[in-house]
Design a protein around this ligand. Sequence first.
Ligand SMILES: [Zn+2]
Length: 372
Amino acid sequence: MTKIDQILEMMAEIAPKSLAEDWDNVGVQVGDTNQQVKKVLIALDLNKDVLEEAKSNDCQLIITHHPLIFNGIKSINSQSECGRLIMELIKNNITLFSAHTNLDIVEGGLNDYLAEKLNLTNIDKLSITDEKEYYKLVIFVPENALDVLKEVLYKNGAGHIGKYSHSGFSIKGKGTFKPLADADPHTGNKNEINEVSEYRLETIIAAEAAEKIKRKIIKAHPYEEPVWDLFKLENIKKEIGLGRIGYLKETKTLGELLEEVKEKYSLEYLKYSGHKNKKINKIALCSGSGADFIKTAAFNGADLYLTGDVKYHEAQLAEELGMALIDFGHYGSEKYVKSLLYEKLTEKAKEKNLSNINFFKSQINTNPWNYC
Ligand SMILES: [Zn+2]
């Protein structure tokens, strides 16, 4: 049987919590993560219709993009919608988990998904939010355990840098140790100095994977006291950020792109500013409400910027900066969270041989706006 914790471990690999913006509140919102799970509902928001959907499909876990709990809660009661939802989740033993800005920011997350839908090339971050740190892991391992340990480390993300995986180095040497009276050594004699043929294995790990790797080392290493060091790398850092910017394979007019955007993102309506005959080659985009990055997009040379929730004066600003703008809606850009997470979780469950688990995309349209 699968536990909710196992699904959340998969979510941590898809969108690590450490990537989320400081103001955000991602992770477990409500519920018990130690319980068993067979069915998971994936939604953009939690509202009472989505909760009913989870109940009628017998789901034990709901994963949403927008967190239910944002600001500090002073009370949980039936006087507020949030309180009613929390009470209902607990009564029905349903756990609620959210991946928000961490899913927007992560490589292969929502913004990359949107950029790929437009077939953009040379995709880069639009606004840098942080720098990802790396460590060098040095570990000493007996010769006969080297291959097993390497496999465990590489399977859990060690040795992964840029477009390369399994990056490492090893050199043979002699290790010495003396097991004291209470020790339970894997090899060697007690109260004697033992010499053993060992390898010094070096590899790279991302800072957010350090805790997990530590647990895996303790589990996989044959020694009672494995010897290993972690060195913070000052020369390798990776920028992470919100939004994406990239190039079209061939220049198009804004008019052509309006039709393409509607079709590729399955939108019936969209708002835009700029002349339909404007030539577009470089495009920036940001899911959700990204009007704060209008200047960033223009200063980075974007001919067109796509985002949601754009106000009147913000559209005027884009016009003043000579950049075309498409408002493809907050819901319009973020509804793809359901497909994205469905695809990634199904793939990960397969990799991990979790056969008794089913993921569902919510059928509820949580967009408060109607168009006529
Ligand atoms: Zn949003």
